[in-house]
Design a protein around this ligand. Sequence first.
Ligand SMILES: Cc1ncc(COP(=O)(O)O)c(C=O)c1O
Length: 401
Amino acid sequence: MPYKPKTQIGVGDVDISPLAYRYIKEILDTRRITYGKFISQFERETARIHKIKFAIFCNSGTSALQVALHALKKNFGWQDGDEVIVPALTFVATVNIVLQNNLTPVFVDVEPDYFMLDVEKLAAVITPKTRCIIPVHIGGQPADMDPILKLARIHGLKIIEDSCETMFAKYLGKPVGSWGDFSCFSTYAAHTLVTGVGGFICTSDQGLAIKAKSLVNHGRDGIYLHIDDDKNKKNQHLFKIVDRRFRFEDVGYSYRATEFEGALGLAQIKNWKKIVSKRQLNAKYLSQGLKGLQQFLQLPQIRTNSEHIFMFFPLVMKNDRIKRSKLIYFLEKNLIETRYLLPLLNQPVYKKIFGDIENKYPIAKMLARRGFYIGCQPSLTKKQLDYVIATFHAFFAKYQN
Ligand SMILES: Cc1ncc(COP(=O)(O)O)c(C=O)c1O
């Protein structure tokens, strides 16, 4: 009898290993639940692997982006209304944090193959008010950072990598996260590492790192950003810390995470190479299995000189002859979870703010209607992958000529 799953094949899951159980028990036993050794080791590992000097763990990828942009705006004296370039296809958080920082998002259309900011269209939107570009590394693959960086240098623009969907992948041999003035990761559910909620603000600039850490902690004086910063200090130094422990320099946020998230992340990151290679193997297997359907489906493409760690497995319907909704309904009915590929400018909230601007970004508009993704997580078994492939073939069988 052919295999049929009993429960839904999701777009992600969470790996709770025996090590994670041990770490969580240690937190409960020692009662040290705020910033401590687990977050601090998770930060060090993340920074080391991505070749960044500072990785600051906080409570979400969105918080990380919000703080990164705030720190740059403050540091470089940007004015309200200054412009920040973002791709016309991304998760809403990339745009929301620009609006929340009282800056103006300026959209650029995306590449049809990789779904990321189209460098060919970038120069045309740079104005004297442009301050920053936020390239987004979609679904596990880096954006085309080299030409983006070159343009940014020419025009004196800052870069924040929205790497919330991509950890560990390299582009031109250099890891995501190490290209921008800031970069941000997310460890929310269904991401590459999963800690429930969580995110990283990364930078190799010490001044920006201190500012970002302070903003995560209510805008507190940089002398006291952890509850251990006053331990083992003596005389004048101790008094200086005590005196400034309750001093606030900026209108900051309460974006701290707990040791529980840190422990889950640390237990998983020790296995990062296995996580990445299993995701890549799953993607290869799915691509191979779906090869015969390329007249209907655009399979994932990998950029030259780039890695793809497949946070998800993206697919695009090749034309409108067969409706995406029909396929999605068929997959979901057969217990295969899907998500649309980050439709953005057709969202009611942005229609209200920007009006009907979708037609200016034809590739993003097409992907919003035809793109979707399924899971690629390490826990998927061969049986499940075969079932996913067979279900796609079953759907398209009647359209084959
Ligand atoms: C591209 C992108 N940016 C930002 C975020 C926000 O991350 P979080 O959900 O951790 O706030 C996400 C989340 O999925 C994302 O996909």
